[in-house]
Design a protein around this ligand. Structure first.
Ligand code: NI
Ligand code: MN
Length: 237
């Protein structure tokens, strides 16, 4: 059993997640709402967003960031370059950070960790340097440690993430093509030592072919592992 500590994790499709705390505050990770083919239309507009965290600059992770920032004025956790870009758009409440760093915002500890991917920001037909892609480990009130891997391949230093931050729940991409597929994600789960995994970044487009069923087959030898294949709109609480 996973101790959620009064927190709810809702999958909004692709790599977008909404965390809802006991006190009603919400944290939106990798906001891609209206343009996201997997996001249920009822969730395109959110009633409340207190913090937004972004792993990297690609449109399928920050496509709704400007809109959400203008509507809700949340605090925004992202790498330095994405924050510079947001600042150039007039967005405030920026909380820039880099890999290896931790900052506590409204009682949540955000740690930025590595990811093997790219991070260019598409803006008005140009690609802007978006710093390096990242993953995020979020320490939630009540003690739950959540790892959102962002877009990444598997890498050996996921063992460092396990050693340092001991994530209990991991959101891992499994779609293949732009990120890990199930084969790589199965090894990531071993490196991370997590027993609870929410697969993400699959099925949104025909090219993202990895499935939770394949991941289950490839991890059948990992004792105590639970794969929570949430459908968009579903929650873990
Ligand atoms: Ni990406
Ligand atoms: Mn992506």
């Amino acid at each position: 059993m996973l101790r959620m500590g009064g927190n709810t994790v809702t999958y909004l499709g692709h790599a977008t997640f909404l965390l809802t705390l006991d006190n009603g505050k919400t944290i939106l990770i990798d906001p891609w709402l209206a343009g996201n083919p997997s996001c249920p239309p009822a969730l395109h507009k959110l009633p409340r967003v207190d913090i937004v965290a972004a792993t990297h600059g690609h449109g399928d992770h920050i496509g709704s960031l400007l809109e959400v920032a203008r509507e809700h004025q949340p605090k925004i956790v992202a790498n330095y370059e994405i924050c510079l870009w947001l600042g150039s758009k007039g967005i405030k409440n920026l909380c820039p950070m880099g890999k290896g760093g931790t900052q506590t915002i409204d009682g949540l500890a955000f740690t930025m960790v590595n990811a093997l991917h790219t991070s260019g920001i598409e803006d008005d037909g140009k690609v802007i340097y978006g710093g390096e892609p990242a993953g995020l480990v979020i320490g939630l009130p009540g003690g739950l440690s959540l790892y959102h891997a962002g877009d990444t391949s598997v890498f050996g230093d996921m063992r460092l993430i396990a050693e340092l931050y001991k994530p209990e729940l991991a959101c891992l991409p499994i779609g293949d093509l732009f990120t890990m597929g199930p084969r790589e994600a199965a090894l990531a789960i071993k490196f991370l030592g997590v027993h609870h995994v929410i697969p993400m970044h699959y099925g949104t487009f025909p090219g993202l072919t990895g499935t939770p069923e394949e991941l289950r087959k490839m991890t059948h030898d990992i004792a105590g592992l639970e794969i929570h294949a949430l459908k968009p709109g579903e929650s873990l609480k």
